[in-house]
Design a protein around this ligand. Structure first.
Ligand SMILES: O=C(O)Cc1cc(O)ccc1O
Ligand SMILES: [Fe+2]
Length: 476
């Protein structure tokens, strides 16, 4: 008899809590370790220390206020002083200005980078991170970065080595990690998360975490946001249900280690620079916690419930927003995370792929697997593209010609075996020099549109317009 797959709440020995996004949760690895009725008793149960981690100012409105109480064997403060890390990480950016990055309206595309075998160059998650582009400043608490390997934007990462005796902490912002190849086993102060390609994980600002690679070399994309947090988008006329559902966001359950660990290193990203401090214990010594500021993951492929056109015209991609990081302006995102999942296409008399467009928002795209509906070739899993504010883009020539000549253009068709995504921002990204110089950059990208030929049916002065010739009509 075939064994049914494990329920999502339980993978191997890992257990998750569902419905976590924005809700108040609690977890204890040892029964009775969570204080009852108050956050900070004179003596915590089992002799633990109480420590609060704030994700918003204390005075943030209640609906946006995020904080978690951690009950740990030793408090985080018990460490040697921070020092700039040697060697410094030269490809992480926390402030995007003329001194650090370049402006370009050019359509940019990168091929996937090869994963370097561990023997050649051991790289853990932190060293594998490279900023591709971004905007604003982590110091000013407004902006974002996109990271990748070997291009920096927010950040893309490629790693081949687990983090051993070392934990990372991003003081600058939240990481939204999109694995493209290889699962990530992420140990956080709230517990462990196993994240395969096809899922995403959010590690909020300030959480310490370590990344193990159960499948060996791994590659993916990271967007980092400064000064705000991800939330579910409003659904407007869609109603109370649809798109990503709060119940599908899984949070870890408490897990701790208590061994003496001399030389344990905390690597802290602060203003885009790395600092290290040593301590003699693991930062994953939280026995119990409660609060609403928590790392989480979501199954995008199987759980996202897409809505779309059912009669005519291609819907704007905002219809596929999984998470949004808002600005203070209504409807203007600092960063939207949008996916293009498998779905049925049923529109009539409609050009079904994305339309040609120029957007006041800037669009960074990645491909997790399959072929993206607007690009017949050249946009590959693990690759990336950037179409900045008002830069024209859309389907390549092959896609356009194939689409308009389809004999079954009005038949329902299923878009299968594909998962692309977009980080879309109202802030215009500046691009890192190493991203522009990268050997993975596709310098011929513009060629994919150069072949678009005129199909204009107007024949030298012979009007084919169906509009009424108003003046002539008036004389009748
Ligand atoms: O440029 C892209 O491929 C992303 C995108 C997809 C879509 O369906 C509509 C608009 C848009 O920018
Ligand atoms: Fe676009």
């Amino acid at each position: 008899m075939a064994t049914p797959p494990p329920p999502p709440q339980e993978e191997g020995r890992l257990r998750y809590m569902s419905g976590g996004l924005g809700n108040s949760l609690s977890s204890e690895a040892v029964a009775g370790s969570l204080p009852r009725g108050q956050n900070s008793p004179l003596l915590c149960p089992l002799g633990l220390y109480a420590e609060q981690l704030s994700g918003t100012p204390f005075t943030a409105p209640r609906a946006r206020n995020l904080r978690t109480w951690l009950y740990r064997i030793k408090p985080s403060v018990t460490h040697e002083p921070f020092h700039p890390r040697h060697p410094p990480h030269r490809r992480l950016i926390g402030e995007f200005d003329r001194t650090t990055t370049l402006a370009t309206p050019t359509q940019l595309r990168w091929r996937p980078t090869d994963l370097v075998p561990r023997e050649e160059a051991p790289l853990d998650f932190v060293d594998g991170l490279y900023t591709v582009c971004g905007a604003g400043s982590s110091f000013l608490r407004h902006g974002y970065a996109i990271h990748m390997y070997p291009i920096p934007l927010t950040c893309v990462y490629a790693a081949n080595k687990s983090m051993d005796g070392c934990a990372f902490c991003n003081a600058d912002g939240d990481f939204l990690i999109v694995p493209q190849q290889g699962r990530l086993l992420i140990t956080t102060e709230c517990g462990k998360l196993l994240v395969p390609p096809g899922e995403i994980v959010v590690i909020p600002q300030g959480f310490r975490f370590a990344v193990d690679l159960p499948d060996g070399p791994s590659r993916g994309y990271v967007s980092e946001i400064f000064g705000t947090h991800f939330q579910l988008p409003d659904l407007g006329p869609i109603g109370a249900n649809g798109l990503a559902s709060a119940r599908d966001f899984l949070s870890p359950t408490a897990w701790f280690e208590q061994d003496h660990r001399p030389g344990y290193t905390i690597v802290q990203k602060y203003g885009g620079e790395l600092f290290t401090a040593t301590q003699d214990f693991s930062p994953f010594n939280v026995v119990a916690w409660h609060g609403n500021y928590v790392p989480y993951k979501v199954y995008d492929l199987s759980k996202f419930c897409p809505f779309n056109t059912v009669l005519f015209d291609h819907a704007d991609p905002s219809i596929n927003t999984v998470l949004t990081a808002p600005t203070d302006k209504p409807g203007v995102a600092l960063l939207d995370f949008v996916i293009f999942p498998p779905r049925w296409l049923v529109a009539e008399n409609t050009f079904r792929p994305p339309y040609y467009h120029r957007n006041c928002m800037s669009e960074f795209m990645g491909l997790i697997y399959g072929i993206y509906e607007a690009k017949a070739d050249g946009f590959l899993p693990g690759g990336a593209s950037l179409h900045s504010c008002m830069t024209p883009h859309g389907p390549d020539t092959k896609t356009y010609e194939a689409t308009i000549s389809r004999s079954d253009a009005n038949e329902p068709s299923r878009l299968s075996g594909t998962l692309a995504f977009m980080f879309e921002s109202s802030l215009i990204p500046r691009v890192c020099q190493w991203a522009l110089d990268s050997p993975s950059r596709d310098l011929d990208y513009y060629q994919c549109w150069i072949g678009l030929k005129s199909h204009f049916a107007h024949d030298n002065g012979q009007a084919t317009s169906k509009e009424e010739p108003a003046d002539e009509d008036n004389t009748k």
